[in-house]
Design a protein around this ligand. Structure first.
Ligand code: FES
Length: 115
């Protein structure tokens, strides 16, 4: 039996925008820019802090890059690579998702191991 978790409709995500989720003890977030939807663990590679500025707000003011609220590191939405800040060259931990019938689905068996 599938344990797929439905994280909601793509159309309900702001564009650009983001939204937090929690599945099986893993805190993460979805980020959408145009046709791109990605998911990452909500943990900055710098010191492990959660990234959100306020609930569900992970993007910078321009809606172009993911920005850590703690020390301002900037990440590419499509890859999670840190392109500016104290963790430059490192990256966010991706979470595998799939889009099916316009909905974002996550298989808990594919969640990354979190320290
Ligand atoms: S914890 Fe994210 S930049 Fe420092």
């Amino acid at each position: 039996m599938s344990r797929l978790q439905d994280l909601g409709a793509v159309a309900d995500l702001p564009d650009p925008g983001s939204r937090a989720f929690a599945v099986d003890g893993v805190d993460g977030f979805l980020v959408r820019r145009g046709g791109l939807v990605r998911a990452y663990v909500d943990k900055c590679p710098h010191i492990g802090a959660p990234l959100a500025w306020s609930p569900d707000t992970y993007l910078d003011a321009e809606g172009e890059l993911i920005q850590c609220a703690m020390h301002g590191a900037l990440f590419l939405p499509d890859s999670g690579e840190c392109v500016h800040g104290p963790c430059a060259g490192q990256g966010l931990t991706p979470v595998a998702i799939r889009i099916q019938d316009g909905r974002v689905l996550l298989d808990p068996d594919e969640l990354p191991e979190i320290d």
